[in-house]
Ligand binder design. Structure first.
Ligand code: NAD
Length: 326
């Protein structure tokens, strides 16, 4: 890990919480920004002592002067930018989606520009939603033009283009990462959150219906967080966009793994066998070549770790089930 002061935006979110956890484990100084004041996702994966090692800053990413002040005031050198609104919110309110997902990202790059070279690089969350549906079984590369079918995907593509221009005009190095279906403890919202909710429901002894199926690219959250940390800390000049890949399996296999871990859940987890309109496999050879050895936890292991953690939270009386009805 290079020396430096890390800003993580969206730090109370699913991916943000894991990035904070894994950065702290490496001894990094972490400033954690979120609009939310609810650290419940951090509490699901970290002790209070661990959480206390990060410095929290409440605020709105759409406020450019606030973002600039935070980055200057803390001498930020590396940024992991994850704050954003997901597909359903962007669909329901495209204007708000554009404010947060596009203007919020512009604010990060503007603050990096104004730092006069102190901010070394920006790693930001793009998404596989920049692609539309692809032929089943075809591993999509970064070079293939996407025909996205959501405002969310269009906003993410716009961010990738703006990142490229910030490199051309201002020399800011960046990497936009495109995950697909990320799963693990803390995934409680968004279009592809149902597989994780099914794992939680099985632990709680409740039935659950997953609202999509087919094959998709399942990425374990610890691997996703690791990829963001590498992308923010490894010296890699340019404005890059990288696909992330975990393991592509059919939803049936995920349900099988849940049932293998929790035999009493057999038959209680169902799914609609309709795939989401995105590629089922992302080719990640570019990030593997550029950053080296980004981990790929098999779905069986990721499901097992997730179920074990949910079971521990349940044993401690801390398993929040409020997301299962959303
Ligand atoms: N989870 C996935 O499968 C997935 C897949 C592809 C891309 N992504 C992208 O990765 C990023 C993180 O995803 P996640 O699953 O952690 O999402 P999440 O919804 O769990 O977390 C997003 C966080 O951003 C914060 N936020 C929202 N608006 C804000 C604002 N105006 N100012 C400050 N903070 C704000 C929220 O409070 C939340 O804590 C997002 O940009 C998302 O689009 C996620």
């Amino acid at each position: 890990m290079s020396e430096g002061n890390y800003l993580v935006t969206g730090a109370y979110g699913f991916i943000g919480a894991w990035v904070v956890k894994q950065l702290l484990k490496r001894g990094a100084r972490v400033i954690a920004l979120d609009q939310s004041s609810n650290p419940q996702r951090l509490r699901q994966i970290m002790s209070d002592e661990e959480i206390a090692q990060a410095q929290f800053a409440g605020g709105d990413i759409t406020d450019g002067e606030f973002v600039h002040g935070l980055i200057e005031g803390n001498g930020i050198t590396h940024i992991v930018h994850l704050a954003g609104l997901q597909v359903p919110t962007c669909r329901a309110n495209p204007r708000l989606g554009a404010m947060v997902n596009i203007i919020g990202t512009i604010n990060i790059f503007e603050a990096a520009r104004r730092s006069g070279g102190r901010v070394k690089r920006v790693a930001y969350a793009s998404s596989a939603a920049v692609f539309g549906a692809a032929e089943e079984g075809h591993a999509v590369t970064e070079r293939e033009a996407g025909s996205m079918n959501t405002h969310y995907g269009a906003f993410k593509r716009c961010n990738e283009d703006n990142a490229r221009v910030y490199h051309l005009d201002n020399g800011i190095d960046s990497a936009g990462l495109r995950p697909l279906t990320v799963y693990g403890v803390g995934r409680d919202t968004g279009m592809t959150s149902d597989p994780t909710k099914a794992m939680k429901a099985a632990v709680a002894g409740r039935p659950f219906h997953i609202r999509f199926g087919g094959k998709t690219d399942f990425l374990y959250i610890a691997d996703c967080a690791e990829a963001f940390i590498r992308a923010s800390s490894v010296d890699l000049p340019g404005a890059h966009v990288f696909n992330l890949h975990g393991e592509t399996v059919h939803m049936r296999s995920v349900v099988d793994e849940i049932e293998r871990k929790i035999p009493k859940a057999k038959g209680s987890i169902t799914f609609v066998d309709t795939p989401i309109s995105m590629p089922s496999i992302l080719d990640d050879s570019a990030i593997q070549a550029a950053l080296g050895g980004v981990p790929r936890t098999p779905v069986a292991d990721g499901v097992a770790e997730t179920v074990d953690r949910f079971a521990l939270l349940q044993a401690e009386g801390r398993l929040d089930l409020s997301d299962l009805d959303q």
